[in-house]
Write a new protein. Structure first.
Length: 318
């Protein structure tokens, strides 16, 4: 080991036992609205999170927060995480030191939570994070890296520990890019079945069609075997104009699938015919997207077997 390497190891090992995040209180106390949003998003139907009566029947004094929400209470939010700070934190210093050693990439590997008691509405949680260990170099599939283990301690307003979280990340040196980039993989295959095969077959012919109930004339999408209005199983199709408006959208950044270009614009388009279609936007930058903007179909030949309707801003409003 050279003198330079030894000095780096000493600087790195000095972080073990160091506080990365001083005890920081959550912005908001534990509250019922956030609990409700969480369980709805997670599909957790346990009544002890939303009903005092159900919670008391289960031996609790009232509703409790899901245990796995403990980290959510102390999250700072996106704006705070990117806001410039007056001086670098201990966490910033550790990240900068690892980057200096070439460990510029990161991936989370595992999280081990231990719960002391359930949180209830009104609890005000705080968190402190300490470095437990930094491993020597390890060879992984991502590259040579070091596992950084920290311990987060969650406390209530009285300073009592309510949970701990052992958090481990891999800081690694990215592998050099191959001299010749591999061929771009195929776009993921749609799940084609007896109910929707007609739609994908029409798309291969560059025709955008909408399923229509032959009994009551109701248009529906996604395709299905039965009309939701009159329950008829008889149907045909109408050919859409290919025009519509942007109803909603998201910009996907991660995780990145190599078959797509990023940032990826995923849109919910309301067709002029009245049905809505989930698709991708093309020919527009994320910062230029506006809800309600007029759109038109832009056919995308993903490969020899798959053609899909993407949408782009209308170039000819007439």
């Amino acid at each position: 080991m050279s003198g330079t390497d030894e000095a780096f190891e000493q600087r790195l090992s000095a972080f073990v036992g160091r506080v990365l995040v001083e005890r920081r209180p959550a912005t908001d106390p534990v509250n019922q609205p956030m609990i409700r949003h969480w369980v709805e998003a997670m599909g957790d139907e346990s009544p002890v999170y939303v009903s005092d009566d159900a919670a008391r029947a289960a031996g609790r004094p009232g509703v409790v927060a899901p245990a796995t929400m403990v980290q959510a209470w102390t999250m700072r939010g996106y704006a705070a995480s990117v806001a410039p700070s007056a001086e670098p934190s201990s966490f910033d210093e550790l990240v900068d030191l690892l980057a200096e050693g070439g460990y510029s990439s990161v991936v989370a590997t595992d999280s081990d939570l231990e719960f002391v008691r359930e949180l209830v509405p009104g609890d005000h949680v705080s968190v402190e994070e300490v470095v437990e260990a930094i491993s020597p170099d390890k060879t992984t599939g991502l590259g040579v890296g070091r596992f950084v283990t920290t311990l987060k301690t969650y406390r209530d307003a009285d300073g009592e520990v309510v949970a701990t979280q052992r958090w481990r990340t891999l800081r690694f040196k990215p592998k050099p890019a191959a001299e010749e980039a591999p061929a771009k993989p195929l776009r993921p295959r749609p799940a084609v079945n007896l109910d929707n095969a007609f739609w994908f077959e029409a798309a291969r012919e560059r025709r955008l069609v909408v399923q229509r109930c032959a009994q009551c004339g109701t248009l529906r999408h996604p395709p299905g075997p039965c009309c939701p209005e009159c329950q008829s199983f008889e149907w045909d199709t109408v050919e859409a104009s290919g025009r519509g408006t942007l109803y909603s959208y998201v910009v996907a950044h991660h995780p990145r699938h190599p078959a797509f270009d990023f940032p990826l614009l995923i849109a919910l388009v309301e067709l002029d015919e009245g049905t809505r279609l989930i698709t991708n936007l093309t020919g527009v930058s994320p910062e230029d997207v506006v809800i309600g903007m007029p759109l038109e179909v832009a056919w995308h030949d993903a490969d020899s077997e798959l053609t899909l309707p993407l949408f782009r801003p209308v170039t000819d409003p007439a």
